[in-house]
Ligand binder design. Sequence first.
Ligand code: ARG
Length: 565
Amino acid sequence: MTMASDLPHPRVPGEAARLPITMLNPDFPFSYDHYLAHPAGLGRVPDLKLGTEVAVVGAGLSGVIAAYELLRLGLKPIVYEAARIGGRLKTAEFSAAPGVVADLGGMRFPESGKAFYHYVDTVGLETREFPNPLSAVTPSTLIELEGTAHYAETADDLPPFFTEVAEAWRRALREEVDFDAVQEALRSRDVATIKRIWNRIVAELDEQTFYGFIAGSAAFREKSFAHREAFGQVGFGTGGWDTDFSNSILEILRVVFTDADDKHRRILGGAQRLPDGLWSHAPDDLVHWPKGTSVAGLNGGVPRGAVASIKRGEGGGIRITEKWGATREFEAAIVTCQSWLLSARIDTEETLFAPEMWTAIERSHYMQSSKTFVMVDRPFWNDIDPATGRHVLSMTLTDRLPRATYLLDDGPDKPAVILLSYTWNDDALKFLSLSADERTDLMLHSLKKIYPTVDIASHIVGEPITVSWEADPNFMGAFKNNLPGHYRYQERLFGHFVQHELPAAQRGVFLAGDDISFTAGWAEGAVTTALNAVWGTVRHLGGESAPGNPGPGDVWDELAPVVLD
Ligand code: ARG
């Protein structure tokens, strides 16, 4: 997909309204999309350093992008991966029908994530609109709460109660956090205004929960408890967010300010095509390496194994030891794995990070998440029930066990996929100990209550596919999400790539990935933190940014996230 990501700044008043909302992060409003699109590139390292090996720990999207950009800069990324390339962009295939896929992690990517789509375009992947609740490509949506079902082809079909709930949320955002002014500033990339408003919000609301924000707002106080409850069930964008009620409201505001939960697209063939594609993609503007060189090529086609320890090496660099004993020392290492692994699974030398960095790493809060998919013989949900004139099955939001059911197809007369259930936190823990078949039985039981006349089970072919990210020892959760009072930890993690003021003993390891970003749970943060780590690495090796294209660390003094006392 090609998108207008490099529009010029607006010149006339009112023009801002036409500029797109991007995932310009209000904490650090650096335009990564412009940085990536700049013809001068991301910088250079001194000639003597060309070909230098840099370790990249973890081959999820963040690691693969870091490796890809190091390659473009003429460095030699050595990639370590404990399991499989792709990380939480993991796509499973139904064994009975290779090509019919289930995205176990990231599956829907907001158009506002411009840096992410830069790489989608690099690899040349095809995308389609994701069938979220009430979105244009979703034939129908059914909201079932406390046993009452509401069928809707567009939002207008829902009873006025739901409009009141949506209006209360919009009003709360306008009145409590200056929503329109922030979005206007994000569109026009007016960083001074973004920071002025956002820094005040951070100071005021870091210790507020999502639920506290709702319950304390005039907009919701004037409504009933049922409005707050329904808001939790159907929420905004993709649906119910009540499992986030105990998280910091800042996490939610970043999402809604940047339209991250709107206008989602999926990658045809599965999200994993992106990391897989970048792994073997040969950039056409290579420095140092011969034409045709890819990250895969520099790594002999396979990543190195799981990392067992990260220490300060005898040569003063970063020494990485693998599970099966191989050891190498690097001048720098980009570490993209789930950050808890640095203490829980990898023997990491304590002095590589300051004590307050360790606190930030250990306090990171992760969301659990589970998904259960089945393949069906055809997209039968497009059939119309002659008795009601409605689709026999709809995208479903419910307060029953499945919480959200998505219908995914690539056209008629072909097998299709039902994501029977996608849940977070408590709703995900309910299934942690259950097998794929047990989970499927439970979901079908709930759906039968909602659609008593539809025999979903008779359409199922092949074996169900399920995931609980918290059960995977390399992830221990699905994505980071800050609790109230966590801003300081987040600010430390994100800013760690700017290392010139750190003592020498703490330099050379650059953290990146979803859980280092300000918008965990969105691939955009994996991309942008990888770019920060690459900038830090270039600087560490004595290099610099390209003339006219300052990198994230070059503008740190101007844009850095606010530091609370
Ligand atoms: N972006 C992911 C999705 O669309 C995860 C978002 C959920 N984030 C959260 N804090 N609950 O499903």
